[in-house]
Ligand binder design. Structure first.
Ligand code: GUN
Length: 283
């Protein structure tokens, strides 16, 4: 192995400790930071994720409420509930777990959240703020990736970063964050021709496709930083990323593992956004 491991668990632990200190400071001023999570329906993965979000919050001193509704909830009722939470000064962060049931328009629902409480960073205003470099909440996964790059002291200015994946939640915001740090950014996706020729030029590669072995050792320049956002299962049912870890770690300079890489960082960044929202709201 030549690559240095970027340990997401260890970094997330540090970040949670920092959030804990900030939470204690707000509490000392009489403010209890609070995250409110809405889960509509019975999606099994969403139930697990939201439980993690509540546990992470309470372990850090943040108050978290999980409010559950049946899958046949009317969208108008959800919008009305969001309006109430927007108006409630005791709630600092609002998160509507996705996916929503098919009869709901997720864009409309996310747009109903007060951008000042949009701790997912999914609101159009949050996306616009990231695009223009203004203050706003950044989506947790790419923000966690940036923290990982920061943790190794990596200077992005002038470097070539290749992002594989163009989702609104990871690929596109990731590219904007890298651009904000003066990287030269290439976004690749399922229609990209000659992916290997592009990744071979990259100093930093972020794989965020949701498919195993999208990035193999022959596609990586020696010494490159490889960040794996993927969460897949291999044939044995074991959790794996988008990167062929065993092969790529022999070529890369730094690499994030799955599990224990980007996943814990995503969870930690939600706590950061929530404490940030509470701090901004309380001056
Ligand atoms: N579903 C899967 N990941 C997420 C996330 O980060 N936020 C929300 N709201 N829903 C999700």
């Amino acid at each position: 192995m030549t690559a240095t491991l970027i340990d997401g668990n260890a970094l997330a632990r540090q970040i949670r400790a920092q959030v804990g200190h900030r939470t204690a400071a707000l509490k000392a001023r009489g403010v209890q930071p609070r995250l409110h999570i809405i889960l509509v329906g019975e999606d099994p993965a969403s139930q697990v994720y939201t439980r993690h979000k509540v546990n992470d919050s309470t372990e850090t001193g943040l108050a978290a409420t999980l409010e559950r509704y049946p899958a046949d909830m009317a969208e108008a009722d959800l919008l009305a509930r969001i309006a109430q939470l927007n108006a409630d000064p005791a709630v600092h962060g609002i998160l509507v777990q996705l996916p929503l049931p098919g009869h709901m328009d997720a864009h409309q629902v996310i747009r109903a959240i007060d951008p000042a409480k949009d701790v997912d960073g999914f609101h159009l205003q949050s996306a616009g703020a990231l695009m223009t470099g203004l203050a706003g909440f950044w989506p947790c996964t790419p923000h966690g990736c940036m923290k990982m790059l920061e943790s190794i002291g990596y200077e992005l200015r002038g470097r070539h970063a290749v992002v594989i994946g163009r989702s609104n939640i990871v690929g596109k915001p990731m590219a904007l964050m890298l651009l904000q740090k003066d990287a030269t950014v290439t976004i690749c996706h399922s229609r990209t021709q000659g992916l290997k020729a592009l990744t071979l030029q990259a100093d930093v590669i972020v794989a965020a496709v949701g498919k195993r072995n999208v990035l193999t050792a022959d596609m990586v320049k020696p010494g490159a930083v490889v960040i794996d956002v993927g969460m897949n299962r291999d044939d044995a049912g074991k959790l794996c990323g988008d990167v062929d870890y065993e092969g790529v770690k022999e070529v890369a300079g730094w690499i994030t593992p799955v599990p224990g890489g980007v996943g814990p960082m995503t969870r930690a960044m939600l706590l950061v956004n929530t404490i940030e929202a509470a701090e901004r709201a309380s001056g």
